[in-house]
Design a binder for this molecule. Structure first.
Ligand SMILES: Cc1cc2nc3c(=O)[nH]c(=O)nc-3n(C[C@H](O)[C@H](O)[C@H](O)COP(=O)(O)O)c2cc1C
Length: 304
C-alpha cells in the first residue's frame, strides 16, 4: 500500500505536516501556555469508553439525528477554525462543501479567510456563522446583518475569548501581531509549492470578513493589529441579550464550562450550548469534565 494513502485523521495530520508551512501547521496543532489543557482534553476524550453489548441485530445502524432542529447524518459539526483558508487556499469553502456532503453543519469563523459571502456563494445549503464580539459594536451589528443576509442557519456566539492566551509556538514562528516575516518562514514556504499555489489561487489572502469592512484596514498586519485590540474584556450577559435582539435565527453559545453559566445561558433563549474550552488553544488550565459528565453528549441542547 502507498504509505501516503489516507486512511484516518492521523494520516491527514501527517500529510498536513508535510504540506503546510510550519507556522500555520503549528497554529492549528498547538495549545496555549504549557499546553496543559490540550493534554488534559486528549486524556479526557481517550478515557471515554462505550458500553459494549453483543448479539443484537445491528444490520440497520443509523446515526442520523437533529441538532437545533436541523437533520444531520451524525451528531457532529465542524467547529469554527480561524485562518482555515491559510491551511489551504479557499479552505473554508472546501471544508463547508465537505461538511455538507457528509450531512453535518459547518461553522464559519469570524476570523476566516473566505468571507461569509464567499462561502454562501460557493455552497448549496446554509451554514452556521461564529461571532467574536469586538469592541466596535457597529462592526458586530453589520456582521450579524451580513450573516442573516447570507442565510446562515445559526449564529454561534463564542463567549470564552475576551482575553487572548499566550501561544508559545506562534511567538516562535512569528505568528504575532504584527506578523513577522522571517527568512526561515520564507525558506519553509519555498519547500511547500503546492500550498503556495493553492493560496495564490485562493480568493483571499487576508481576513475576509474584516477586509473592506473596517476603515483603513486592508492588509494582514493592520487587520491583525485591529483585531488584537478589539477583543472585549467587558463582554457580559447584557451583550448576549443585545445580540439575541439583533439575530432573528437560532443562537448557540460556545465556550460554556460551568453548570451555573449553563443555567444562565439556558435563560437567554439560546437554542444550544457548546461545552468547550477552545481546545486549550486560548487560555490555560480550563477543564470541562464536570459539565460533560452531566450531559450525555457535549451538545447540551434545549428546545426553544
Ligand atoms: C487552530 C484553531 C483555530 C480556532 N479558531 C476558532 C475561532 O475562530 N472561533 C472559535 O470560536 N473557536 C476557534 N477554535 C476553537 C474550536 O472551534 C473548537 O472549540 C476546538 O477545536 C475544540 O473543540 P471543542 O469545542 O469541540 O472542544 C479554534 C481552534 C483551533 C485549534
Amino acid at each position: 500500500m502507498n504509505t501516503r494513502t489516507i486512511t484516518c485523521i492521523e494520516d491527514l495530520r501527517a500529510r498536513a505536516r508535510r504540506k503546510v508551512p510550519r507556522a500555520f501547521f503549528d497554529y492549528a496543532e498547538a495549545g496555549s501556555y504549557s499546553q496543559q489543557t490540550l493534554r488534559a482534553n486528549r486524556a479526557d476524550l481517550e478515557r471515554i469508553a462505550l458500553r459494549q453489548r453483543v448479539l443484537v441485530d445491528v444490520s440497520q445502524r443509523d446515526l442520523t439525528t437533529t441538532i437545533i432542529g436541523e437533520k444531520v447524518s451524525l451528531p457532529l459539526a465542524l467547529a469554527p477554525i480561524g485562518l482555515c483558508g491559510m491551511q489551504h487556499g479557499d479552505g473554508e469553502i472546501l471544508a463547508c462543501r465537505a461538511a455538507q456532503a457528509a450531512g453535518i453543519p459547518f461553522t464559519l469563523s469570524t476570523m476566516s479567510i473566505c468571507s461569509i459571502e464567499d462561502v454562501a456563494k460557493a455552497v448549496e445549503k446554509p451554514f452556521w456563522f461564529q461571532l467574536y464580539v469586538m469592541r466596535d459594536r457597529g462592526f458586530i451589528r453589520a456582521l450579524i446583518e451580513r450573516a442573516d443576509a447570507a442565510k446562515c442557519s445559526a449564529l454561534v456566539l463564542t463567549v470564552d475569548l475576551q482575553v487572548l492566551g499566550q501561544r508559545h509556538c506562534d511567538i516562535r514562528n512569528g505568528m504575532t501581531v504584527p506578523p513577522e516575516i522571517r527568512l526561515a518562514n520564507l525558506i519553509d514556504i519555498a519547500t511547500k509549492p503546492a500550498w503556495a499555489l493553492s493560496i495564490l489561487k485562493g480568493k483571499r489572502k487576508t481576513f475576509g470578513n474584516l477586509a473592506g469592512h473596517v476603515r483603513g484596514m486592508e492588509n494582514v498586519t493592520s487587520l491583525a493589529q485591529w483585531t488584537a485590540s478589539q477583543f472585549d474584556p467587558a463582554l457580559s450577559w447584557k451583550d448576549v441579550e443585545w445580540i439575541r435582539s439583533l439575530w432573528p435565527g437560532k443562537l448557540i453559545l460556545k465556550g460554556i464550562l460551568d453548570v451555573d453559566d449553563a443555567k444562565t445561558a439556558a435563560k437567554t433563549g439560546a437554542a444550544a450550548l457548546i461545552v468547550s474550552n477552545h481546545a486549550g488553544s486560548s487560555m490555560a488550565r480550563r477543564r470541562r469534565s464536570r459539565l460533560c459528565r452531566k450531559s450525555p453528549t457535549r451538545w447540551a441542547a434545549k428546545s426553544r
